[in-house]
Design a protein around this ligand. Structure first.
Ligand code: AP5
Length: 211
C-alpha cells in the first residue's frame, strides 16, 4: 500500500509516519529527512536544497522527483511506503502518479492531518530533533540525548519564528491545492483531526485507513 501523508508543518506527519510504518510493516520515506541528511553530508543535492530549507521554502520539484524516483524503484519499497511530506505541489503529485503508473503502482490513500495554526506554532517552537535519526521531541532541551539512538537533540533552523511563518504561507499556497488534486483524481483523502494525544491520532489514522 502506498500512503501519502499531507498536513501543515508541525501537524505530526513525522511522528505518525514512524508509528504507522511500524504498525503497517512498510517503510517511511520522508523527503525532509532525506534532504537534511544530504545537507549534513554536504552532497550536491544537499547544497542545492539548504538555502530553500533554511528559510522555509520548498526545494525545486525536480529535486524531489529525483528522490522519489530513487526510492520508489528500490526493493525497500516493494510492499509499499508511507510518504511523509513527499508531495507538496501539484507537479509533484502528477510526477509521482506518472512514475508509479510506469511501474504498475499507484497512491492508494492520502491521510490529511488537520491541526489549527496556534497549536502548530506552539509545537514547532518547542520542538527539538535528533541530529542522527531525526526523531522529533517535545519539551527536551537542545544538547540532550535521543532515546532511540543516543544522538544529540538540536533545534531545526526552520523552526525559528520567521521560517515557521513562511512554511505556513508556503503550505497554504503550494501544498493545499494538492488535496483537491487527489480528490479530482479519485484518490481518497482521509482527513484526521490531529489535535489530540499522539496515540489517539494514530488510532484515528489506522481506523480511517481500514474504511
Ligand atoms: P519537513 O521536515 O517535512 O518539514 P514539515 O513538513 O514542515 O514538517 P515538520 O517536520 O515540521 O512537521 P511534522 O508534521 O512532521 O510534525 P512532527 O511529527 O515533527 O520538511 C522540511 C523542509 O524540507 C521543507 O520546508 C522543504 O524546504 C523541504 N522539503 C521536504 N519535502 C519537500 C517536498 N516534497 N517538496 C519541496 N520541498 C520539500 O511534530 C511536530 C512537533 O509536535 C514535534 O515536537 C512532536 O513531538 C510534536 N507532536 C507531534 N504530534 C503531536 C501531538 N499529537 N500532540 C502534541 N505534540 C505532538
Amino acid at each position: 500500500m502506498i500512503i501519502v501523508l499531507l498536513g501543515p508543518p508541525g501537524a505530526g506527519k513525522g511522528t505518525q509516519a514512524d508509528l504507522l510504518a511500524e504498525r503497517l510493516g512498510i517503510p517511511k520515506i520522508a523527503t525532509g529527512d532525506v534532504l537534511r541528511a544530504a545537507v549534513r553530508d554536504g552532497t550536491k543535492r544537499g547544497k542545492e536544497a539548504k538555502l530553500f530549507m533554511d528559510r522555509g521554502d520548498l526545494v525545486p520539484d525536480s529535486v524531489i522527483l529525483g528522490i522519489l524516483q530513487d526510492v520508489m524503484t528500490s526493493p525497500a519499497t516493494k510492499k509499499g511506503a508511507i510518504l511523509d511530506g513527499a508531495v507538496r505541489t501539484v507537479p509533484q503529485a502528477e510526477g509521482l502518479g506518472t512514475m508509479l503508473s510506469d511501474i504498475g503502482k499507484k497512491v492508494d490513500k492520502v491521510l490529511l492531518f488537520d491541526v489549527n495554526d496556534d497549536e502548530l506554532i506552539k509545537r514547532l517552537s518547542k520542538r527539538t530533533v535528533c541530529q542522527g535519526c531525526q526523531t522529533p521531541y517535545m519539551g527536551r532541551d537542545s544538547g540532550s540525548k535521543c532515546e532511540k539512538c543516543g544522538g544529540t537533540l538540536v533545534r531545526r533552523k526552520d523552526d525559528e519564528p520567521e521560517a515557521i511563518r513562511n512554511r505556513l504561507r508556503v503550505y497554504r499556497k503550494q501544498t493545499e491545492p494538492v488535496i483537491d488534486w487527489y480528490g479530482d483524481n479519485k484518490v481518497k483523502v482521509l482527513k484526521i483531526n490531529a489535535d489530540a494525544p499522539v496515540d489517539q491520532v494514530t488510532a484515528r489514522a489506522l481506523k480511517a485507513l481500514k474504511k
